[in-house]
Design a binder for this molecule. Structure first.
Ligand SMILES: NC(=O)c1ccc[n+]([C@@H]2O[C@H](COP(=O)([O-])OP(=O)(O)OC[C@H]3O[C@@H](n4cnc5c(N)ncnc54)[C@H](OP(=O)(O)O)[C@@H]3O)[C@@H](O)[C@H]2O)c1
Length: 280
């Protein structure tokens, strides 16, 4: 069985690739940059950009299962190509934000709702991974930690139950390699809620020195957030809204990994140790 992993250079895509290979599966990695030499040599690597669906038919040849990033712009063509190729399971990387009350006014949630809805109406069996805030988002602090040993951000007491990419990949691997996950939507967070100040302190512990936290105005933070969502203002506004919403308010934990495997998700402290070299 061949499994196509889209978004192959992403943190989640790389981890899903590693875990599927470790499970003995044949993996094809689809990426917008197949020349990237850091991609696994144990998997076939092909060019794939979901916003250019003409790259899909070659990438899907002989593929039974797909780990899919959400790109609503071409979702109908994606579904048609997967149905035509005989794909028998799609696991979608979705977002927890569509489970919150304000989902209708959240541009990040709307984007994923469009893809979930299209898959739901298709003939393809699917699983949705509705992941909460990725721990890898805090890599946005890495450059400043390396240069100034400082994080400059607003709302030091704002919470996230940040989820480790390896936990998302563990659940993705289950859905792609075992029966019984078709039609399931798994909501995932990390196993605990931490404030930004706590996260910075845990990164400091992982690299063996104390890091300064300098509180700045939310408007000044826009620059740091501009790498997300193609720098679109509505996405940056939403990211700032999250910081306000969860200020001094722990994020409820939903540990799908624990429910599925009996093993708790990896805490942020573990993530910081795993990524210590990124901050040194
Ligand atoms: N960040 C979060 O907190 C969070 C939480 C829940 C859900 N999500 C969702 O997870 C996805 C990835 O988020 P991320 O950037 O934070 O994580 P990431 O795992 O680091 O993913 C980045 C990779 O996504 C791939 N990608 C981006 N746009 C794509 C597209 N239209 N079609 C196919 N692949 C695409 C690219 O892979 P290649 O370079 O190999 O082409 C890129 O390198 C997004 O859909 C996001 O909305 C994010």
């Amino acid at each position: 069985m061949t499994i196509l992993v889209t978004g192959g250079r992403g943190h989640v895509g790389r981890s899903v690739t590693r875990k599927l290979l470790a499970a003995g599966e044949t993996v094809r990695v689809g990426t917008s940059d197949p020349t990237d030499t850091s991609l696994s040599r144990d998997a076939e690597v092909v060019e794939l950009d979901l916003s250019r669906p003409q790259t899909l038919s070659a990438a899907l040849r002989g593929v039974q299962r797909v780990f899919l990033y959400a790109d609503p712009s071409t979702v109908d063509q994606q579904i048609e190509a997967m149905e035509l190729a005989g794909v028998d399971h799609v696991t979608l990387l979705s977002t927890r934000s569509l489970t919150f009350r304000d989902a209708d006014s959240n541009p990040i949630a709307r984007l994923h709702v469009a893809v979930e809805r299209a898959l739901g109406q298709s003939r393809l069996p699917w699983s949705f991974l509705r992941a909460g805030t990725f721990a890898t988002n805090t890599l946005q602090w890495a450059r400043l930690i390396r240069s100034d040993n400082t994080v400059r951000a607003p709302y030091p007491q704002s919470h996230a139950a940040a989820v480790h990419e390896d936990d998302i990949a563990d659940v993705a691997t289950l859905t792609l390699t075992q029966r019984g996950h078709a039609g399931a939507a798994y909501v995932m967070s990390g196993p605990e809620s931490n404030t930004q100040r706590e996260q910075v302190s845990l990164i400091g512990k992982a690299i063996g020195r104390e890091i300064e936290f300098e509180e700045i105005e939310p408007e000044t933070y826009r620059q740091t957030l501009s790498r997300w969502g193609g720098g679109r203002e509505e996405v940056i506004n939403q990211l700032l809204t999250y910081l306000v919403t969860w200020n001094e308010r722990p994020v409820p934990v939903v540990d799908a990994l624990q429910q599925l495997t009996g093993r708790p998700g990896r805490p942020y402290a573990q993530w910081a140790v795993d990524h210590a070299d990124d901050f040194r």
